[in-house]
Write a protein that binds this ligand. Structure first.
Ligand code: ZN
Length: 300
């Protein structure tokens, strides 16, 4: 794999990936309903005569379906052909970021432009070596920007099979701007619960906004550490390399009222019971990975 393909890849930054593309369907109630049912989202804002589309549906209105879009630019196809030709034949979607400027409503007809925003230098990940390609899509209604959808993929050459010891590492948390405060708390041995700045409802896990009142303001409350086992499962199958089954995964109800998934320590997996009182502690489960866990009270 030669590195000298990078300047040629980089030359595609700023080039259009799609120009004046048109959504296949207007924003419509049936698609909104199917989405909400699939997501289990019963928020009233997405129902009734004044319904708006869930903001996270933004990309759905731009999708080409099985038949695809005819608006994709030649530059986009060339970039991918170049990556394939350099041996980066595999692809994985890594992440997406969206910004919402105004709500979409049934009947809105969307148009969108997409630009190849960046092509990274060659990077090596656990999957293999390749280049991240970030595409930014601007979604408009009647010419006004309604939202932005930034989508990142990795085009890569698959790695050779990894040595055994790295196969057994625990998965690492994905830390982003919505949950970084939680992991900062863990690093300081504090279990932080979000509290809505609008209706004061406590919430866990961390979210950018309140499911109750929609407020995006929040502060945090430090959990006292007392809890009970609300429910649990014992994992036998499937087997994940870093974990040795059977083991118990518990849903802990904190004294503050919110629940979190965690491990129960201090008793064998088959002695975990609903209602058991537990107490928070921080456990270094692996070098470089500390997690909140719950110890059964009175079991040392
Ligand atoms: Zn609220």
């Amino acid at each position: 794999m030669s590195e000298d393909v990078y300047p040629r890849l980089k030359a595609y930054e700023g080039q259009a990936a799609a120009v004046a593309a048109v959504g296949k369907d207007p924003v419509n109630e049936p698609m909104i309903r199917h989405w909400c049912e699939a997501m289990g989202d019963t928020h009233p804002a997405y129902q009734g005569p004044d319904a708006v589309a869930p903001p996270t549906m933004l990309q759905a209105w731009t999708m080409g379906g099985l038949s695809g879009h005819t608006d994709r630019s030649a530059a986009y196809d060339e970039l991918f052909a170049l990556l394939d030709g350099a041996g980066y034949t595999s692809v994985v979607a890594t992440d997406c970021e969206q910004e919402y400027l105004r709500p979409l409503r049934p009947g809105d007809r969307i148009t969108f432009d997409a630009v190849i925003e960046s092509v990274s230098e060659r990077k090596t990940t656990k999957l293999g070596t390749g280049h991240f390609v970030t595409t930014r899509m601007d979604v408009r209604v009647a010419g006004r920007l309604a939202g932005t959808h930034r989508f990142r993929i990795l085009k890569y050459a698959p790695a050779a099979r990894k040595p055994k010891e790295t196969e057994h590492r625990r998965p690492r948390p994905v830390i982003n701007r919505d949950n970084a405060g939680f992991w900062d708390g863990v690093a300081a041995h504090k279990l932080l619960i979000q509290r809505c700045g609008g209706c004061r409802t406590l919430r866990f896990p961390w979210l950018p906004g309140c499911n109750g009142c929609g407020s995006q303001k929040w502060d945090t409350v430090e959990a006292g550490g007392e809890g009970t086992v609300y429910s649990y499962v014992v994992m036998h199958h499937p087997r994940f390399p870093a974990f040795a089954p059977p083991y118990a995964v518990a849903l802990i109800e904190l004294a503050e009222g919110v629940r979190m998934v965690s491990n129960v320590v201090g008793v064998p997996y088959d002695k975990v019971r609903i209602g058991m009182p537990v107490r928070l502690e921080f456990q270094c489960v692996e070098p470089g990975l500390e997690l909140p866990v719950f110890r059964v009270e009175g079991e040392g």
